[in-house]
Design a protein around this ligand. Structure first.
Ligand code: FES
Length: 80
């Protein structure tokens, strides 16, 4: 989330990573989904409220970025 926000890719991240705004919602490319940990209950709950929710949805503020995710491909979800 911080990289997407910092480079002005259209991720607002209004709550600053507190898992309460969903403005960091992105879709993770299928090839990468398995490399991310599972969603927390809070993340899942917030995502399910969105019309744009998909199986590949993640709140990027809830995805710890590690070296293994170098090259991760995401698509920024539409604003709601
Ligand atoms: S920045 Fe608000 S939920 Fe991710």
């Amino acid at each position: 989330m911080e990289s997407l926000r910092e480079y002005d890719y259209g991720v607002e991240a209004l709550c600053g990573g507190m898992c309460s705004c969903a403005t960091c919602h992105c879709y993770i490319d299928a090839d990468w989904s398995a490399k991310l940990g599972p969603r927390s209950d809070d993340e899942e709950e917030l995502l399910e409220e969105l019309e744009s929710f998909r199986d590949t949805s993640r709140l990027t503020c809830q995805v710890p970025f590690t070296d293994e995710l170098d090259g991760l491909r995401v698509t920024i979800a539409p604003e709601e």
